[in-house]
Design a protein around this ligand. Structure first.
Ligand SMILES: NC(=O)NCCC(=O)O
Length: 386
C-alpha cells in the first residue's frame, strides 16, 4: 500500500479491530475507550460543508469540584493546504490564504470556538526547504501592524475569539530581521503579544536557519479571557525543556503549530505533544499542514537523492491531548480540517494533584546539574570499572 492510500491510523483500527476489542485498544493507545464526539449545530455542519472543511470535535471532562466552577473552553486547530501555485505573485498567494482561513474561522465561530490556532507560517507556502531567499522573504510582515495581524484583529473581535496566528515576522525596528513568530490576539481584537520560535531545525529539508535565528522571547504565557496559553512552534516540540518552561510559567494550553512531513517525523508526532501534556499538566494542541507544495526551482534534500521541486506531502493528523494522557483522534492526513475540543481546564490541576509530577519534579537538582553541564570544564558523570 502506498503512503497516499493509507488514510489514517484511526481508520485502520476502526476497520480491522472488532468493536469490543477496539474499546480496550483505544483505552490503551488513546487514553480513553470513548472518543466523546461533540454534536455540532446544523448551522456549523452545513457551513463546514459549504467551506469544504472537515469539522470534528471531542470533549474532555474533569471531576466536579466543590470550590471551583468548571472552566469550560472550546479550542480549535486548523490544518489546511496551500492552493495557489507558488509562482503566483506574493500578494495573490497571501490573499488566497487569508480568504481560505477566514472562511474556516466562520465555521469555528459557529462551532463555538473560544481560542484558535493556525498551522506554522500559515500565510505562505513552506518555502524554507528551497533555501532561496527570493521571493519568499517578501512574505515576512510586522507582527503587530502587518496585514495579517490587522485582518485577524478584526475577525477576533467579530467572533469573540482568541486567535494564535503563526507568521513569518519582519522586525523593522531591529534592522529588518526575520523571525518565525506566533502572534496572539485577544477576543477583544487587541494584539496581546508574540512568541518567536525557540529551536530552529537543521534537518533534511527543514534547514530554516538560512532565514531566521533562534527566538529571543523566552517562554511567554498569554493570559487570555479563556485561559493561559502558550505556543511551542514546530521543531520546539522535540525539546522537553521548551515544553517544560511553558508549564513552569503557568500555561494551561500549549499550541504546537507545525509543518512537517511523514518520512521525517510521523512516528514521533503522536508521542511528543501528548507526552508534553502528561509531563507538564496542561493541554496540548498539535497542528500540522496538509498537501504537497511545489516550488519553481529544484532543490536537494542533502540526502544523495536527485533534486526535486517538492518534498512530499505534509501529513496533517492534528490532534489534541489532555494532561491525563488521553487524546482525540487525529484529523485526516490529507484534507483541510478544523479540530475542536471542549476542555475543562480544571483537569490541569486535578492531574497535578493526582500524579504529583510537579511536586516530585526536583527542579533545584536539575538547575544545579544543568549549571554544571554548561561549564566548559564539565566532565560527564560516568563511573567505570577500574
Ligand atoms: N517547521 C519545522 O520546524 N519543521 C521541522 C520538522 C519537524 O520537527 O518535524
Amino acid at each position: 500500500m502506498s503512503d497516499n492510500n493509507f488514510k489514517s491510523l484511526e481508520d485502520t483500527l476502526d476497520k480491522y479491530i472488532p468493536p469490543e476489542e477496539l474499546r480496550e485498544v483505544k483505552r490503551i493507545l488513546y487514553g480513553r475507550a470513548e472518543d466523546n464526539p461533540i454534536t455540532f449545530s446544523l448551522e456549523a455542519t452545513s457551513l463546514a460543508k459549504e467551506v469544504g472543511v472537515d469539522l470534528r470535535g471531542y470533549t474532555f471532562t474533569a471531576r466536579k469540584e466543590d470550590l471551583r466552577r468548571p472552566r469550560i473552553v472550546r479550542v480549535g486547530a486548523i490544518q489546511n493546504t496551500v492552493d495557489i501555485p507558488t509562482t503566483a505573485p506574493i500578494h495573490v498567494q497571501r490573499d488566497a490564504l487569508h480568504e481560505k482561513v477566514s472562511n474556516i474561522l466562520r465555521v469555528a465561530a459557529s462551532a463555538g470556538v473560544n481560542i484558535i490556532c493556525f498551522q506554522e507560517a500559515w500565510t505562505m507556502p513552506f518555502a524554507f526547504c528551497t533555501r532561496e531567499k527570493f521571493p519568499w522573504c517578501e512574505f515576512a510582515e510586522d507582527a503587530e501592524h502587518g496585514p495579517t495581524t490587522k485582518l485577524m484583529k478584526e475577525l477576533a473581535k467579530q467572533y469573540n475569539m482568541v486567535i494564535v496566528s503563526p507568521i513569518l515576522e519582519r522586525d523593522s525596528n531591529h534592522n529588518d530581521t526575520i523571525w518565525n513568530t506566533a502572534v496572539v490576539i485577544s477576543n477583544n481584537g487587541n494584539y496581546i503579544g508574540k512568541h518567536r520560535k525557540n529551536h530552529i531545525p537543521r534537518v533534511g529539508d527543514f534547514n530554516e536557519s538560512t532565514y531566521y535565528f533562534e527566538g529571543d522571547t523566552g517562554h511567554p504565557v498569554f493570559e487570555t479571557q479563556f485561559g493561559k496559553i502558550a505556543i511551542n512552534i514546530c521543531y520546539g516540540r522535540h525539546h522537553p525543556q521548551n515544553w517544560m518552561m511553558f508549564g513552569l510559567n503557568g500555561a494551561e494550553i500549549v499550541f504546537n503549530p507545525s509543518a512537517t512531513i511523514g518520512a521525517l517525523s510521523e512516528p514521533l508526532w503522536g508521542i511528543e505533544a501528548r507526552n508534553a501534556a502528561i509531563a507538564n499538566g496542561y493541554f496540548t494542541v498539535a497542528i500540522n499542514r496538509v498537501g504537497t507544495e511545489v516550488f519553481p526551482n529544484e532543490f536537494t534534500s542533502a540526502n544523495g537523492q536527485p533534486a526535486h521541486k517538492d518534498f512530499g506531502p505534509f501529513y496533517g493528523s492534528s490532534y489534541i491531548a489532555a494532561p491525563d494522557g488521553s487524546r482525540t483522534p487525529a484529523l485526516s492526513r490529507d484534507k483541510d480540517g478544523l479540530l475542536v475540543a471542549e476542555l475543562d481546564l480544571n483537569l490541569c490541576r486535578q492531574v497535578k494533584d493526582f500524579w504529583g509530577f510537579q511536586m516530585t519534579q526536583r527542579l533545584p537538582l536539575y538547575a544545579e546539574s544543568l549549571a554544571k553541564v554548561t561549564k566548559p570544564d564539565y566532565k560527564p558523570q560516568v563511573i567505570r570499572e577500574n
